[in-house]
Design a protein around this ligand. Sequence first.
Ligand SMILES: NC(=O)c1ccc[n+]([C@@H]2O[C@H](COP(=O)([O-])OP(=O)(O)OC[C@H]3O[C@@H](n4cnc5c(N)ncnc54)[C@H](OP(=O)(O)O)[C@@H]3O)[C@@H](O)[C@H]2O)c1
Length: 249
Amino acid sequence: MTEGKLDGKVAVITGGSSGIGLATAHVFRQQGAQVVIAGRNESTLVAARDAIGGNTLTVCADVAKPDDLHTLMQTVGECFGRIDVLFANAGMSECPDILDTDEAFFDRLMGVNVKGVFYAFTHAFPWLAKNASVIFTSSVIQQRGRPGDALYGASKAAVRSLARTLAADERVLAQQVRINVVSPGAIRTPLTTAATDNPDVSAWVESQVPMGRWGEADEVARAVLFLASSDASYLTGGEIAVDGGLGQI
Ligand SMILES: NC(=O)c1ccc[n+]([C@@H]2O[C@H](COP(=O)([O-])OP(=O)(O)OC[C@H]3O[C@@H](n4cnc5c(N)ncnc54)[C@H](OP(=O)(O)O)[C@@H]3O)[C@@H](O)[C@H]2O)c1
C-alpha cells in the first residue's frame, strides 16, 4: 500500500456530511486520516459515515452553538488525544433581500458562518497537536461585490480575516499551527442545487466563470488536502481560491 499524506492524523470536519466537507472527508480518509465529521442532522451524518467507510466518527453539533463545538472537540480530544487537522467548513449562504433582513436572520447567518468558525478554532485549540493544520472555508464572494449577498459576503470576509489574525497569535505560532483558508467559487453541491438545476441560472453562472464551468466538490477537497498535509508546511495565514478564476481574473 502506498503512503497516505495524512497517515495516522486525526481530522475534524464541520459540515462533513455533505458537499465540500463530505468530499474532503473521502479524500482525507483515502490518505490515511482518522476522520471525524460533524453536522446537525444525525441521519445525514450516518449516511455519510457509511459512504466514507472505515472507522469514521460522527458527532452531532450545531456550529452556531459554542457549547456543541466544545463537546465536539472534547469528544475528539478524549477519544484520540489530539487533533491534527481542523477543517471548519460548515456554512449557510441563503440571504433575504437586505431590506427584508431582520436582526434574527443577521444573527443566524453570522452565528453559523463566523461564530461557528471562531469557536470551532478556540475549542479545538487546547487539543491541537504541534504542527497541526487548520483550514477555514471562506468564499470567492469575500473578494467581490455581488448584489443580494451582502451578509454572506461580509461573513466570509470575516472568516478570511480571522485566519490572518489567528495565524499571527503567539500561542498558535509557538505550536507551529498553520491556519489557512480555502475560498471556493461556484461549486456543484447540495447548497447550490437550486442554481445548478435551473438551466438559465446555471448557464449565467458558467458565463461569469473564466473557466466556463461549475467546479466540483472534489476539486476543493484536493486543495484542502494540500493545506492539511505537510506539502503546505510553509503556508500560514494564506488562502487558496478554487474558483475557476472567478475572483482572480
Ligand atoms: N458550494 C459552493 O458553491 C460554495 C462556494 C463558496 C463557499 N462555499 C462554502 O463551503 C462550505 C460548504 O458548503 P457546501 O456547498 O458543501 O454546502 P452543503 O452541501 O449544503 O453542506 C453544508 C454542510 O454544513 C452542515 N451545516 C450547515 N449548517 C450547519 C450548522 N449550523 N452546524 C453544523 N453543521 C452545519 C450541513 O449539515 P447539516 O445540515 O446536517 O447540519 C452540511 O454537512 C460552506 O461554508 C459554504 O458557504 C460553498
